[in-house]
Ligand binder design. Structure first.
Ligand SMILES: Nc1ncnc2c1ncn2[C@@H]1O[C@H](COP(=O)(O)OP(=O)(O)OP(=O)(O)O)[C@@H](O)[C@H]1O
Ligand SMILES: [Mg+2]
Length: 256
């Protein structure tokens, strides 16, 4: 839409812990349909940045806008009901519940229903199963989450996040700790989500994943954005090479 505000906008967003600027004056606009990958060294402020956007942590200064509206400090569950979903660096989920029960919790509570009642409707169950099916998790429906593989847990975390068709999905290190073939599976999965019209912003150290999935790359260092551009330009950027990529840069060299 011409003239439409960016999907997400950060204006001079900062977070201080005492003297430490975890996020230090980030200005950023993300438009609908973009797939943005965020990299940067440990402690650069990436997760804190997600926490500020998604309302988990209060900003020290600056503003966050979502679809043109100031959402600074709005609670995460309200943002979720408004189409902003996120996952976490440490894979979360209710370990004592089954895969299906986890998905049902997302279907019922994530949809903004305040009084779920004691009965789970047939439609809720069908919706949950269909969602598990689309992520290849239907066969694990009755398994406890504490008993399934890391890959399956990571997929479930994404599946529960997108069950209400968010406009924007924030993923914190979706493939950290996965095997190369599992990373390939996740690359396909991200492409499917993008084709569903979901704008994706993800943090990831696995550069192969970042360059395969993102059409725009951001690099953070000491709370600041030091790169915002095409993923293929990363390996050539002197500052990115020196603070982040090091020797990995040469293996990422791509034709312009
Ligand atoms: N609650 C907190 N209290 C004090 N300092 C914090 C807090 N949360 C984060 N920090 C500090 O803020 C900085 C940024 O941390 P953050 O977790 O955002 O980094 P990151 O880029 O996500 O790193 P990683 O790649 O290791 O996940 C770090 O120096 C961290 O120690
Ligand atoms: Mg982090």
């Amino acid at each position: 839409m011409p003239g439409a505000p960016p999907l997400l906008e950060c204006r001079n967003v900062a977070k201080f812990y005492g003297a430490l600027a975890a996020v230090d004056g980030v200005d950023l606009a993300i438009n609908r349909g973009e797939t943005v990958g965020i990299g940067g060294p440990n402690g650069a402020g990436k997760t804190t940045f997600f926490d500020l956007i998604s309302g988990l942590t209060k900003v020290s200064s600056g503003a966050v806008l979502y679809q043109g509206e100031d959402i600074t400090g709005r609670a995460p569950y309200l943002l979720f009901h408004d189409g902003m979903a996120r996952t976490f660096q440490v894979t979360s989920g209710f370990g004592g519940l089954t895969v299906l029960q986890n998905m049902l919790a997302a279907v019922i509570y994530g949809g903004g229903r305040t009084k779920p009642g004691l009965l789970i409707g047939r439609r809720d169950r069908e919706r949950a199963m269909a969602s598990l099916e689309s992520f290849g998790l239907a066969g694990l429906a009755e398994k406890r989450v504490s008993d399934i593989t890391v890959l399956a847990r990571k997929k479930l975390m994404v599946a529960t996040a997108v069950v209400h068709e968010p406009k924007i999905l924030l993923l914190d290190e979706p493939v950290g700790g996965l095997l190369p073939t599992e990373v390939d599976e996740f690359i396909d999965l991200m492409r499917k989500l993008r084709d569903r019209g979901i704008s994706i912003v993800f943090i990831e150290h696995v550069m192969r994943f970042l360059t395969a999935v993102a059409d725009r790359a951001l690099i953070m260092h000491q709370g600041k954005l030091i790169y915002d551009g095409a993923p293929r330009g990363l390996a050539k950027d002197a500052q990115v090479r020196s603070v982040y990529l090091g020797s990995e840069a040469d293996s990422l060299e791509m034709p312009a």
